[in-house]
Design a protein around this ligand. Structure first.
Ligand SMILES: Nc1nc2c(ncn2[C@@H]2O[C@H](COP(=O)(O)OP(=O)(O)O[C@H]3O[C@H](CO)[C@@H](O)[C@H](O)[C@@H]3O)[C@@H](O)[C@H]2O)c(=O)[nH]1
Ligand SMILES: [Mg+2]
Length: 193
């Protein structure tokens, strides 16, 4: 249900470079019924989709490894992150987006993906809603090496890892990406692999 007690008074663009940082001034009704004016910054980088490819025969999953600058400036010494394949939505439908992204990043051609849930990943600061998918893959669906789009500066390594090993890598801290942890736990929770 739409919250009718929130009134947006002003939206300022603080930065409009690759993505957009906004400052929104608004009035909101508190639990005690009084009204307060607040300002909050919101980083708008669009929405995204993520997918975990899993193989029921081999019990393997496909993950990617790439450099992520924001993690590098916050404690990740080599800046490398192991993640499920993911991408930002263009104007397309999340399923179409993730099928395209799967081929670009992992080299696997899938024809359908199952939506499992969606989630705001950082609701206090980032507008993005992320669409979560899973799909079965097999060796014969690999049509190229993947790796991402070179002209976008992507340099992605494709990893094929046993699900038990991947789950252990969450515990050991080798996998620290929230969307990836959520999907690995999902496929185990549902006994898919
Ligand atoms: N030049 C430039 N390129 C950028 C910038 N920010 C991102 N890019 C590039 O834009 C491309 C976006 O690639 P996608 O595959 O579409 O997105 P993603 O970065 O993998 O995003 C996914 O993971 C994010 C982090 O977990 C998610 O937030 C996002 O929803 C999505 O799932 C990448 O090549 C990235 O390096 C920037 O500030 N400048
Ligand atoms: Mg990506």
């Amino acid at each position: 249900m739409q919250n009718t007690t929130v009134k947006v008074e002003k939206t300022e663009i603080l930065s409009d470079n690759w993505y957009t940082l906004k400052k929104i001034t608004f009035t909101v009704q508190k639990k005690d019924g009084t009204t307060e004016t607040q300002s909050r910054e919101a980083y708008d980088r669009g929405n995204g989709a993520v997918i975990l490819l899993y193989n029921t025969n081999t019990k393997n999953v496909i993950l990617t490894r790439q450099f992520r600058m924001p993690t590098f400036i916050n404690g990740n010494a080599d800046g490398m992150m192991i993640e499920a394949c993911a991408g930002l939505l263009d104007d397309d439908h999340p399923e179409e987006c993730i099928i395209r992204e799967t081929e670009e990043e992992t080299g696997y051609r899938i024809t359908k993906a199952e939506k499992v849930f969606e989630a705001y990943m950082s609701p206090g600061s980032v507008t993005e809603i992320l669409h979560f998918f899973i799909a079965e893959y097999a060796e014969n669906m690999k049509i190229n090496e993947g790796g991402g789009l070179e002209d976008e500066g992507e340099d992605i390594e494709v990893l094929e890892i046993g699900i038990d090993k991947a789950l252990q890598m969450i515990e050991s801290g080798e996998i620290k990406d929230a969307k990836t942890i959520m999907l690995l736990q999902h496929v185990r929770l549902k006994n898919l692999v």
